[in-house]
Design a protein around this ligand. Structure first.
Ligand code: URA
Length: 239
């Protein structure tokens, strides 16, 4: 890859800024000064230093975000901000994308990465990665609903979902509302909302709390994010 791209992706500035940096003759590749932004380097084998300090280039980036309502989990949108707008410029440099979608009014765990192979694995319909949602509904959830979900629910388009696990946390007769945790193994469009609609309930609040082995970090404020730890990345790669 070009040295200017590597330096920019390592957080040393925009391509323009990096070009200026190269002119100052403090960038070395394998101990030789490099000034040409087009110079080709191999991040795996070449030693790149700036002012004598080695560059820590990571090809892939992995983040977990606590997605707030009101932003779209896509890379671009004409009407609304996307989750990418919540990233610091340095972190969007390597063009991460959201792994799967959460609705605009859904909060919770969203993984972002530029590792396309991992995204493909996590979203592959063959892998059945568990997704756990905390859900509040209008209506009283029942033991019968648990059984229906266990069997697989027929949605409004006649699709029958895979078995899902519903745990009722609270039912309130006065407000006629319930709170539950729902584990699904697919990612159909509006799946939780449509499953709840199939048993006559309306979702009023939805939050994803985990995806496969990754749980939403409870210290992450709505709209904030952090890098995944190496352990979390390794767990994801085992999925
Ligand atoms: N199911 C939904 O209905 N919406 C989401 O955002 C995620 C799962």
């Amino acid at each position: 890859m070009r040295i200017d791209k590597l330096l920019a992706h390592s957080g040393l500035g925009t391509r323009k800024e990096v070009k200026k940096l190269l002119k100052t003759k403090i960038v070395e590749v394998n101990d030789a000064i490099v000034t040409d932004p087009k110079t080709h380097v191999d991040p795996d084998t070449d030693k790149v230093t700036v002012g004598g300090e080695p560059i820590d280039y990571q090809e892939f980036v992995y983040f977990m975000m606590h997605k707030p309502q009101g932003v779209i989990s896509a890379t671009e949108d004409e009407m609304h901000d996307t989750v990418l707008d919540l990233l610091e410029p340095n972190d969007s440099m390597q063009e991460p994308h959201p792994v799967g979608r959460l609705d605009i009014d859904t909060e919770g765990l969203l993984i972002l990465t530029n590792d396309g192979r991992l995204t493909h694995r996590l979203l592959s319909p063959k892998r059945h990665v568990d997704k756990v949602y905390y859900v509040e509904v209008e209506g009283l959830l029942t033991e019968g609903d648990i059984d229906v979900f266990k069997q697989g629910v027929v949605l409004d388009d006649d699709y029958e979902t895979m078995p899902a696990e519903l745990t009722i946390l609270e039912t309130d007769q006065d407000s006629h509302r319930s709170i539950a945790e729902l584990t699904i193994r697919e990612g159909k469009f509006h799946q939780v909302k449509r499953m709840m609609a199939a048993v006559g309930k309306r979702v009023v609040y939805l939050k994803r709390v985990s995806m496969g082995p990754i749980e939403l970090d409870s210290s992450l404020e709505l709209g904030s994010y952090r890098e995944l730890t190496n352990d979390e990345i390794n767990l994801l790669k085992e999925v």
